[in-house]
Design a protein around this ligand. Sequence first.
Ligand code: FDA
Length: 309
Amino acid sequence: MLFRETMLRVAGLPAVEQFVIGGPSARGLVRRFVAGETLSEALGAVRELNADGASATLNLLGEDVSDLAGADRARDEYIRQLAAIAAARLDANISVKLTQLGLTFDRSVAQKNLEAVVVRAAEQDCFVRIDMESSTYTQVTLDLFYALFERYQNVGVVIQAYLHRGSSDVEELIRRQARVRLVKGAYREPATVAMQRKQDVDRSFARLMERLVEHGRFPALATHDSRLIQYAIGQSHARGIGRERFEFQMLYGIRRDLQADVRRRGFGLRVYVPYGAEWYPYFSRRLAERPANLLFLLSSVLHEARDQP
Ligand code: FDA
């Protein structure tokens, strides 16, 4: 967790961001995690996943949008995604971030944009997942979600197991029978808000997963942690819970071997497919999750430096 904390801090420095975005070294690694810059490239990735038996959730990269025009553009792109999913009859839904739809500067803008997307999705029986961002936004995200969920059922939210509040939020979501994606959590958070030790986060994920699989409504267990995946499968067998009652979710380009394994064993798998030009914050969270990714990036930088005339 110390590596992750340090990486997120360093990646957040403007000079580092400029260096990574400006140089060619990161491109190869970015393409491993990001399906492309355009919707049509992302749709190509979704088609391939569907052909392999996996569902997808499309995400337009971008967060902390600071102006109305930007938030409206993101909303329109999500509506284009929905149209494309319907036209091509893809097995896909969409994942949105509220700070991309205006939450950073005006809650009512985010609410209006989110509702426009959810209404459009409902017309074609498609589902919208609201990603969870840093803890500054947890309560407002849940508030906006609860308000919308009273009127539309095709929307769900994400709970981060590292947050101390995770357990009470999960109980409330179970009570409302709302759909939850459970994740460990990807942001840099203080100890007052989130668990700092990996084993505590893993334990929390396992506990929340048990609750959701047994009592939740079609939970999504989003992890590449093979031990937790095995644990979920064991628990579901032990409690007689059918595989149609939950799904696993993983990120595009991560642990493809595990993705294939989960599918081969007959469990539902949905892959999160991000695309777009605003890849840096997403990419830096993926780097922070695994030292090997950083080493790979550093070795590309060193190779380039050596190859300079
Ligand atoms: P963990 O980090 O312990 O990794 C387990 C194993 O997975 C590692 O040993 C390694 O093999 C592999 N692995 C994990 N990350 C890797 C990487 N970057 N590169 C290569 N291998 C890697 N978070 C959030 O805060 N809000 C959200 O809305 C979402 N949404 C979301 C959707 C989906 C579908 C997934 C899978 C994840 C998220 N996340 C998220 C991210 C989540 O919080 C978490 O940061 C990552 O999933 C990594 O944690 P793991 O559960 O995979 O475990």
